[in-house]
Each structure stands twice: as C-alpha cells, then as structure tokens.
Design a protein around this ligand. Structure first.
Ligand code: NAD
Length: 433
C-alpha cells in the first residue's frame, strides 16, 4: 500500500515509520521545513526510544521518505493519514481544528484516484463529516472515503504500542474504505490485534472516552492519596490492594503530581466542550479537570511546606521536567506549574532533565538548567523529584546529602520508600504516605 502521513510529529512520524516497517511504501509530510531537513539528515526531531534506528532502516530499504510537498505525497497514495496537532483552542478549550481542516483542503487539491483519508489526529465527534465536506468542496469529482482511526500510542513506548496495540479502531461507514484500512493494518491483524470497526462518530468518541477514563483513574487515586495523608494510610498499598482486583486493574493508579502531557489535559477539555454543545454534561470529567488543575500548583505548595513554609531566597533542585519519562515532550507538564509556584514564592530553581531541557527552556525562563542531577543538587536547600526517569531511581544519597545545604527530599512520584530515605538521614515528603 502507498501511505502518506500528513504531520510528522510524535504520532505521524512513529506511525509512518512503523507502517514502512510493515512493508508499506510511506511518505511522511510536514510543513515544518526544519523538521523535514533534520529527518533527511538522519536526525530525529523528537526523542522517542528506538525511533532513530527504525527510521534509518526503513529509509535505507527505500520504503520511507520525507517531504514538505504535500501534493507530491498525496497524488499517488492509497491512504492519506491526517496526523497534525489538535491543541486546545485559546480561550475556550475546544480542540483547535484549523490544522486538520487546512490539511483536508490541501489534500482535496491534490487527490487523484480512489483515496482513503484517515483522521488519526484526536478530533471531536463530527470532524470526519467536516473533513469530507472540505475535500468534496475542493475536489467535487474526487473519489474518496473518510474514516476515523484514532491513535492510542504512548510517548516513550510508542513503537511497541503501535506494533502491538490492544486494539485498532476504525470508524468507517464505507466498505471500500474499510477494506483499504484492513489491508493497511493486515500485518497487525496477523499478530491477532483486534480490529474494531464502528461508525465514524463512535470511533471519534472512543478516543475521548478512553483518555477521559484514564485521566479519571489518575485523579481518583490522587484524591485517595490526599486522604491517605490525613488518615495515616499508604497510597501505594491502597493502589496495589485495589489494582489487583481484575475489575479495576493496576495501571494508571500511581499517585503523583497530576496528569499532564500533550493529550489528557486538552482531550478532557475538548470532551467537555462537546458535551456542552450537545447538552449532555459530563460531570465526572468536569470534576477531574478541576481537581487536576488545582493539584499541580498544590504540589508546588507541598514543596514549599516541606521547606518550612518559606522559600524566599532559597534554592530548589528539581529533577525531571517532562510530563513522564522517556520523552522530551513538555506540553502541559505538571513540572511547569510546580516550578512557577516555587518561583512565585521566591525560590530559585535549578533543574535537570535527561531529554526535556531544550523544550523546557522555551517555556520556563529564570531556571538554572544543569548538566546532570548532582550539578542541580549542589548548593540547593531541597531536592524535588518531579518526573520518575530511571536515572533518578538510584541516586547516591551520601553524595546528595553532602551537596545539599539541608537534607530535604520531596518525592512527587513515590520512587523511594520512607524508611530507606529516613535511614539515609533525610527529611522525606512523598505522596499519600
Ligand atoms: N503525542 C501523543 O502521544 C498522541 C497520542 C495519540 C494521539 N495523539 C494525537 O495525534 C495528533 C498529533 O499529535 P502529535 O503529538 O504528533 O503532534 P505534533 O505537534 O508532534 O505533530 C504535528 C505535526 O503536524 C505538522 N503539521 C501541521 N499542519 C500541517 C499541514 N497542513 N501539513 C503538513 N504538516 C502539518 C506540524 O508541523 C507538526 O510537526 C493530535 O491530535 C494528538 O492529540 C497524540
């Protein structure tokens, strides 16, 4: 199959590369010339484990190409995927669909022969109808089908998630298009990945319902963690105690500083907008959004409290900036609100993150960015662990203690146990214990 991916970001680049690895002929398009130039030079515009090798292998095999020329990519394609961003629209939280619609218009101007247009971006219910209308308007004689195929990969494990998905959702009411999609995903079907074919609007909603549910699970355990602190219970044991129940499951039950990232915050907001537009309030998700928003700054205040309620003139070492480990993605990372709260209270922040500092520098001014964890810790009054990168899981505590002015550790990811840290001579604050 000839596949074209419009948008070569976290989703488009990984999906396109994996499709090439399945044996399809893939063109990845992006309007960001810098991104395409980097890719043509064999450099990755994002950090994703395993991606560089996979790209190199498929480029070498002649199955994967990169271009800024959308028309060139679209004209011979069997399937054109739209994988552009759908950020929150400024002001009202609705998904900003301008990139999706612009891509649809350009596709309409380039389309030739029967083509399936696949919306892989996360888009509100009804977007497929509008994509269909835009393409039909740009190319009244074009022969095409529009399907929804939401993506469920997680940054940091994206290749594995794409190649071994729990399920593939195809929203299509057009049999010819469904057949093309089955061929596109045939290699995964052979791996026994369930393919769920639904109505297009259903597929669009599945993505939002899935993310809202996971955001709810995280927020639920975060509130239980707050209760644990008040009643003297341990949230890690509560998580395990409920997660071992198969009906609940252990995933997304780790208490922490609140969810962030490029998906949950914007997708929960967009779902609320849809629910208002259709007069079907989603009160649980409304509460989740409000609780999570409040939590991020509350985590900054938790650090201030652990430092004696006064941080003016003091320095905090922050380890971990990205919204989770194994990515360089800083979009809506809880670290942003945590650091801003510390700075608002008068603290200086020194920070280190293995992959996120380039993006962090664009979002967070006045932070002293360091080359390694111990450089960040040196001379600080306290250490706060905000993202659980593996390399922070086995810090040398004798060294940490000798570098800190006072042995104060705030662990917002519960990667250490209170007993071991107390034994190392630290004043230790964690979540829900
Ligand atoms: N990042 C994730 O983990 C993830 C997971 C599942 C779904 N999604 C969804 O996938 C979509 C893409 O997310 P992302 O994280 O890959 O975004 P991204 O910002 O990393 O990538 C989007 C890319 O699209 C390009 N682009 C925009 N308009 C274009 C056009 N007209 N022609 C060519 N290129 C264009 C941009 O330059 C950018 O490189 C979003 O809707 C997101 O919600 C993301």
């Amino acid at each position: 199959m000839r596949i074209t991916m419009i948008g070569s970001g976290y989703v488009g680049l990984v999906s396109g590369t994996c499709f090439a690895d399945f044996g399809h002929d893939v063109v990845c398009v992006d309007k960001d010339q810098g991104k395409i130039e980097r890719l043509l030079a064999g450099k990755m515009p994002i950090y994703e484990p395993g991606l560089e090798d996979l790209v190199a292998r498929n480029v070498q095999a002649g199955r994967l190409r990169f271009t800024t020329d959308l028309k060139e990519g679209v004209k011979d394609a069997d399937a054109v995927f739209i994988a552009v961003g759908t950020p929150s629209r400024r002001g009202d939280g609705h998904a900003d669909l301008s990139y999706v619609y612009a891509a649809a218009k350009e596709i309409g101007e380039a389309i030739s022969g029967y083509t399936v247009i696949v919306t892989k971006s996360t888009v509100p219910v009804g977007t497929g109808d509008e994509v269909e209308r835009i393409i039909g308007e740009a190319a009244p004689d074009a022969d095409f089908g529009v399907v929804s195929n939401p993506e469920f990969l997680r940054e940091g494990a994206a290749i594995d998630d794409f190649k071994r998905p729990d399920r593939i959702v195809i929203g299509s009411e057009d049999e010819r298009a469904t057949d093309v999609m089955r061929q596109v995903y045939r290699p995964l079907y052979l791996n026994a990945a369930p393919i769920l074919v639904t109505r297009r609007r259903t597929a669009e909603l599945i993505k939002y319902a899935g993310n809202a549910f996971l955001a709810t699970k995280i927020t639920f355990i975060n509130e239980i963690a707050d209760l644990c602190e008040k009643v003297g219970a341990d949230v890690k044991d509560v998580s395990r105690g409920i997660g071992l129940d198969n009906r609940i499951g252990s995933k997304f039950l780790h208490a922490g500083p609140g969810y962030g990232g490029s998906c949950f915050p914007k997708d929960t907001l967009a779902l609320l907008k849809t629910s208002q537009d259709y007069d079907a309030p989603q009160r649980i998700v409304e509460a989740v959004v409000a609780v999570n928003e409040n939590r991020k700054r509350a985590m900054g205040r938790k650090i201030v409290h652990a430092m004696g309620d006064d941080v003016r003139g003091k320095t905090v070492a922050v380890l971990g900036l990205t919204f989770k480990p194994n990515t360089d993605d800083m979009r809506d990372s809880p670290a942003i609100a945590v650091i801003q709260t510390l700075q608002d209270a008068g603290a200086t922040v020194k920070a280190y993150d293995p992959e996120g500092m380039e993006q962090a520098e664009k979002l967070l001014g006045d932070v002293v960015y360091c080359k390694g964890p111990y450089e960040a810790i040196e001379g600080a009054d306290a250490l706060a662990i905000v993202t659980e990168w593996d390399q922070f899981r086995a810090l040398d505590f004798d060294r940490v203690k000798s570098l800190l002015k006072t042995p104060v550790l705030i662990d917002l990811r519960n990667i250490y146990t209170p007993d071991e840290i107390a034994a190392a001579g630290f004043q230790y604050t964690s979540i829900g214990r």
